[in-house]
Ligand binder design. Sequence first.
Ligand SMILES: [Zn+2]
Length: 103
Amino acid sequence: MKIILNSPIPGEIAQLRDMLESAGIACLVRNELSAGLSPEIPLSESTPELWIQDDQRLAEALEIKHAWKTAAPIEGNDWVCSTCGETSEPQFTSCWKCGASKP
Ligand SMILES: [Zn+2]
């Protein structure tokens, strides 16, 4: 058993698990149910964790994780404002120049 990812975002765990499972790597999610349901539990104790069952496939799993991370929408791309045509970086949700919302 090796841990591959811990994330407070349940969608991330599910997404990576799907990718690993489609590559034939058996996965296990821990703390899945406690996420967001038990606010009295400190985050560090309730963060969902994604584990792989077969240690032999760790390198493969990490490669998949890397590919997933670089492809994840959270990384994003520069986007072009539809109002003024200025280019903004992905972390901005509105145009730095004119303030228009990200399309
Ligand atoms: Zn703009």
